[in-house]
Unconditional design. Sequence first.
Length: 279
Amino acid sequence: MLYSLWNKWLTQRYRWIPSISLVPSLYFLGWLLVKPFDIYILNLTNEDISLIGTLITFLAFTLILPSWVKTRWSSLSPWNALGLKNIINIRELFFLFRGLFFAFLGIALLILIMYFSKWFDGFSKVKIEIILDAIFIGTIVGIAEELIFRGWLLGEVSYLLGEKWANVLQGIIFSLAHIRSSLNTNEPLLIYIGLLLFGILLSFRRSLDKGSLWGAIGLHGGLVGGWFLIDNGLINFSQHSPLWLFGVGQSNLNPIGGVGSIVFMLIVLIYQRKDLERF
């Protein structure tokens, strides 16, 4: 009975309704399930409660994905359709490690520029806990966000509107999902542009990797984890670092919103677009 209702919901006439209601519904479910933690476990902070709710939401999301993809996209191999192909395969491992390599190369290039400038204050020792946190955060963010945005969302937009609009629209949604209202009024525009370009770049990366998500996961996770490590003590940057060039943020640099990163991503996107046109 429930399975039949679920299939009717996914294949209804108004195809866009399941798409726009899925994430809000799952967040509401996560909020309902996390309330007992908030009421009965007094030692948890608001951040802990929020994290538990997010984990519940993502777990529910991954549980329904196979059925969603089979029904909506008519795919017999849902995880392959989402881009999570067999990681044991040599080609998939190559995509993953190539993504990590380019992530670390990009961070190294930015550090090199700052090293030879007046805005570099030296290196510091980093605790092993920070290194483990960087690996954990990079892995979780890389897999989770790529599965959501370049896996499910990209596929849904393609299903609803066609591939022509999918790359740009998923990039717009990706950037809006990361905008913080607490930023200064002149900061969101640069970060929005940077995140938009980054989302499109990751989408192109998946296309160039024959639909595999592992290259995008490596690139995204490597950048997030690598910058977390740097921003939490590995390198000391001057308080006078030019935010317009190296990134914007409240207390820490956020290089995705820097003019340097934006220009670099534009150049990469131009070359990626040329490569895609050859297919």
